[in-house]
Ligand binder design. Sequence first.
Ligand SMILES: [Mg+2]
Length: 197
Amino acid sequence: MRIGFDIDGVLSNFTIAFTTILNEINPNCPVLSDNTKVFDWDYTKFLPVTNQQINQAWGVIKNNPYFWSSLETIGNLNPVIEFVNKNSYKHDFYFITNRPNTGGISSIYQTINWLRSRRIQDPQVIETNKKGTAAKLLRLDYYIDDKVENCNDVAIDNPKCKVYCVDYPFNKHTSWDIIRVASVIDYVEQIKKELER
Ligand SMILES: [Mg+2]
């Protein structure tokens, strides 16, 4: 099987890092612990922030060579790490992300280091905003993301792929063919069950 993972919002907690920076720029903006507090991709719709402050926060990120490699994980990823490492000799795992380079350091390099520091051996990282095309070219059987548009693109471009979406307030409206899960751990549990059949 060929199994894909998005990273931010699935494995890594981008939200707390991003809102910590926003809070330093604008102390009225609360630090959000994770995506369960995110109601829209457009933060100006539910937080007291402006587009200018969001751009300023991205400016801070783009100057930080360690931004992607320093993110926290979402909860305890041990079951996921164990599953990937135990099965990487017979199944293929891909980590597909749309992250810009920061501080002159490649986002792929930072992401590989981040996954290695979480004990994932030899992670295959792909950087693209075309997740559907990637899922098709990689012939993925399973894929998980937290962005509806990415889930839809994968379902359209690779109809045989089972597509999962992590349930958050900002992505409530997924189509019938996208499977909603509470976390990446549930995703791995479902794949495990299917592999045991
Ligand atoms: Mg994501």
